[in-house]
Every structure is written in structure tokens, then in C-alpha cells.
Design a binder for this molecule. Structure first.
Ligand SMILES: NC(=O)c1ccc[n+]([C@@H]2O[C@H](COP(=O)([O-])OP(=O)(O)OC[C@H]3O[C@@H](n4cnc5c(N)ncnc54)[C@H](O)[C@@H]3O)[C@@H](O)[C@H]2O)c1
Length: 427
């Protein structure tokens, strides 16, 4: 396993639980000792227990060479960040594949790219890095095996995945990667490498579409006298075509068909931009992806404006509650809450932040009660359970509550819609 972040850490622990011996390397010297010690550099519920259950099968490697020695499958789980232009930076993947290919090993080796990479990447690294080795007689090939886990539920997602996608152009290599998952009941979907890579992007682009669609519908509802987007969307959710035949299934996908402060995290924003950049590079115009991204970006300024216009006096402070990109994680990458906080600071507002899972909390380490007592406008940016009582507390404090996730019932406790976000002063 190359990379011991969210994806590498969970994949390594899951495969060890299935009985495989997993040798794991990360170029950050702290990452593997922390992971195997049960205290990863990141927070993922249940991971500590999963590691403990397969601990004997997990081996810390001091170098890539040591990690891949005797390995039949090498999984590349390194980061693929935004390069700054929207396109993803594939240099970490290429470096890792090059280092793996350069290490000596005997026997056939399948290199599975688990990182999210634009379609064509696996075939390209195969052609440029591995084909010369094959020409020299080595049995080595690259396979696309994208990861679909959700942070906060990554352990369950790994052990009971919705799907396992294996893309290969060399059947023996695809078979080798597929064999790792023999212990999961999930059907393995085999396809070409580019289809597998595209499947990951399509999945995230669809989730982002639902969020931006819901936010655009919220903008329309806001302009229509008497309309509340959440009441209307609940009627859409009731459509039987979203459910099983008995209407009992409550698909998690409907959580995305809901308005709020936009999608965030390490995947959706990056993946939508990367797919868009790749489409442009291919000479395509992709108005839908452009709109999804633009609608999402516009939430930050819109919400900041609502907060500023809700201030009882210009010196009052604003609380942003929830700085992880969603509840149940400590991951603050592309977090809507943090982006709103920086936009407010850019506009010279005084902002305090709080998140139940992040101890430092913007450097102050203050409790929720302390943050609430110093602020007059509260923006709820995640669905953390600790925020459940905020409508009542807002009434007690005389604070304006901005329900940026549209979590609270529209008519509850005197809070009124419609509006992009419900506040106690909406009219
Ligand atoms: N986090 C998620 O929810 C998630 C879900 C599905 C897919 N993905 C994708 O999986 C990939 C990894 O995401 P992540 O969240 O695990 O990232 P991460 O930043 O948590 O972890 C990546 C790790 O790779 C290590 N690394 C980078 N280059 C290396 C090298 N040459 N050798 C050894 N280690 C190296 C880094 O030190 C880091 O610890 C990305 O492409 C991401 O888009 C992430």
C-alpha cells in the first residue's frame, strides 16, 4: 500500500481484515507508525478497531522498495490535489508508480491505482512507465481500482462496498486485483481502465449535480412568494422511483437532493473541477459541469452576505459552527464553513469558529457555549448532533440563527422560510 491517508489507511486495514498481508509505506514518516499504532493522522470512526482486528497482517515498510518486495498487488493511494488551475496534479501518482516500477521484485505485479485520476491516466502511466519493463520480460501492468468511500463511514463502505470497480487491459492483472475482494459479497464490476476512472468522476459529478440543482431550486423558491424549497423537495423525495418497490428504502442519495451551503471536502469540489478541466482539454464545452461548480462557488458569498446583513450592529461577532466539511469528520479540506468564515473575515467581520470534533477550534479551543456567548449571528454549517438545540438557544440569546444546512423544520420555533437560509429575522 503506497499512501497511508484516508484511502490507503482504510484500504490497508480492510484488506488486512480480509486476511491479506499488507505492507504499507507513506513518504510522511509519521503516517504509518501513527496508523498502525491506532492513532492515524486523520480521524475516521471505527478505523482503530479495524486496524486492531487485522494488526498481525499489517507491516510498516521503511521504503517503497521494502513495501513492494514480494507484493503481487501494489495499491497507489496517494493524493491527487488541484494543481491550482482546476486540473488535478498527477505528479504524486506518477512518482509513486515510477518508484514502485523501479523497485526490484520477483513474480507478476499488478499496480492498482486507487487514487482518483482523470480517465486515461492508468493507461498512460502503464504505457510510459510499465511497457518498457514488459518489453524487458517483466510481468507488470497497471489496473484502475477507484475508491468510493465516504469519510465518516469509510470502514463500513470498505467492508460492505456499494460496488467494486476494476478496470484492466490485462486480464491476469485485473483478476489479481479482483481476488483481493473475494471476502466481500459485492459484485465486482469489470471494465476498461478509462471506464473505471470515469465511473468515479461520474459518481461524484452526479452527487454534486444534485446539490447544485437543489441550491438553484432554493434560489427560485426564495424569489417565489410563499414557496419553501424544503417542503417542495420532500414531495420530490417521495417519488417512488427513488425508492424500492415498497417505498421502504431510504436512499442516502436523497441527502444530496437538499439545499444548503454547497458541497465541500477533498473530493467533490476537486473532482468536478478536474472533470471540467479535462473536458476542456479534450476540446469539449461542458455547460452543466460549469454551472454545477459556479452555483456551488456562489453559496459562500451569498451566505456571507446574509450573515453580514443580519448583524444587529456592525461590531457584533459571527459564529461559524461546523468547520469540518461535514459532520462526523475532522477533515477541513474545502470546507464550506471555513470558506464562509474566510469570506466574512475578508469583509472585515469578527468571526469565531467552532466544530465538535476539532479541538483547536480556530486556535482558541473554546467550547460551543463560549463561542455562542460571544456572538450574535450563528451560521450552522454542518449537521453535527451538538447543534440540535441551537434554535432554542438562539431564542434565549436573542441571536440570529442561519440554518445553512436547512436542517430545522421551517415552521419550528418561530423560524420562518422562505429564504436561502432560514434566520430568525427572515421576513
Ligand atoms: N478522502 C476521501 O474521502 C477519498 C475518497 C475516495 C477517493 N479519494 C481519492 O484518493 C486519493 C487519496 O486521498 P486521501 O484522502 O487518502 O489523501 P491523503 O492526503 O489523506 O493521503 C495521501 C497520502 O499519500 C502520501 N503520499 C504522497 N505521495 C507519496 C509517495 N510518492 N509515496 C508514499 N506516500 C505518498 C501522503 O504523504 C499522504 O499521507 C485522492 O486521489 C483522492 O481524491 C479520496
Amino acid at each position: 500500500m503506497i499512501g497511508a491517508g484516508y484511502v490507503g489507511g482504510v484500504t490497508a486495514a480492510g484488506l488486512a481484515r480480509f486476511g491479506h498481508t499488507v505492507s504499507i509505506f507513506d513518504r510522511n514518516p509519521e503516517a504509518v507508525p501513527r496508523l498502525l499504532g491506532g492513532k492515524p493522522l486523520f480521524f475516521e470512526p471505527g478505523l482503530e478497531e479495524l486496524i486492531a482486528s487485522g494488526r498481525d497482517q499489517l507491516v510498516a515498510a521503511g521504503s517503497i522498495g521494502e513495501a513492494v518486495d514480494d507484493a503481487a498487488v501494489v495499491m497507489i493511494c496517494v493524493n491527487t490535489p488541484d494543481s491550482g488551475t482546476g486540473a488535478i496534479d498527477l505528479s504524486f501518482v506518477r512518482t509513486a508508480v515510477r518508484e514502485v516500477a523501479g523497485a526490484t521484485s520477483s513474480g507478476p505485479m499488478a499496480i492498482a491505482i486507487r487514487s482518483t485520476v482523470i480517465p486515461g491516466t492508468t493507461a498512460q502511466v502503464d504505457a510510459t512507465i510499465l511497457a518498457p519493463l514488459r518489453a524487458g520480460g517483466r510481468q507488470i501492468a497497471a489496473v484502475a481500482n477507484p475508491e468510493f468511500l465516504r469519510e465518516g463511514r469509510a470502514v463500513a463502505d470498505f467492508l460492505h462496498p456499494d460496488r467494486i470497480v476494476v478496470g484492466d487491459d490485462d486480464k491476469w492483472a485485473g483478476d489479481l486485483v479482483a481476488s483481493l475482494y473475494a471476502r466481500t459479497p459485492t459484485t465486482i464490476m469489470r471494465m476498461t481502465r478509462s471506464s473505471a476512472e470515469l465511473a468515479k468522476y461520474m459518481n461524484n459529478a452526479l452527487l454534486a449535480t444534485l446539490v447544485s440543482f437543489s441550491n438553484e431550486m432554493a434560489d427560485i423558491a426564495e424569489a417565489v412568494d410563499g414557496a419553501d424549497v424544503t417542503d417542495a423537495l420532500l414531495a420530490v423525495h417521495a417519488d417512488r422511483r427513488w425508492h424500492d418497490r415498497e417505498g421502504r428504502w431510504d436512499p442516502g442519495i436523497l441527502g444530496y437532493l437538499w439545499p444548503g451551503c454547497g458541497y465541500g471536502g477533498s473530493c467533490l469540489p476537486k473532482d468536478v473541477k478536474a472533470l471540467r478541466a479535462e473536458a476542456s482539454a479534450l476540446g469539449l464545452t461542458v455547460p452543466m459541469l460549469q454551472a454545477i461548480d459556479a452555483i456551488n462557488e456562489s453559496r459562500v458569498a451569498k451566505l456571507a452576505q446574509i450573515a453580514l446583513s443580519s448583524l444587529p450592529d456592525p461590531n457584533s461577532a459571527i459564529a461559524v459552527l461546523g468547520t469540518a466539511f461535514k459532520a462526523g469528520t475532522r477533515d477541513e479540506r474545502s470546507s464550506p464553513g471555513l470558506r464562509i468564515a474566510s469570506e466574512l473575515k475578508r469583509r472585515a467581520a469578527t468571526v469565531l469558529t467552532y466544530d465538535p470534533l476539532i479541538e483547536t477550534n480556530g486556535g482558541t479551543g473554546e467550547s460551543l457555549t463560549e463561542v455562542l456567548s460571544k456572538t450574535k449571528v450563528w451560521i450552522v454549517a454542518t449537521l453535527a448532533a451538538e447543534f440540535e438545540s441551537l434554535p432554542d438557544r438562539a431564542v434565549e440569546h436573542g441571536a440570529v440563527l442561519i440554518d445553512a444546512r436547512r436542517r430545522f423544520a421551517p415552521t419550528s420555533r418561530g423560524y420562518r422560510g422562505p429564504g436561502l437560509f432560514r434566520t430568525s429575522t427572515d421576513s
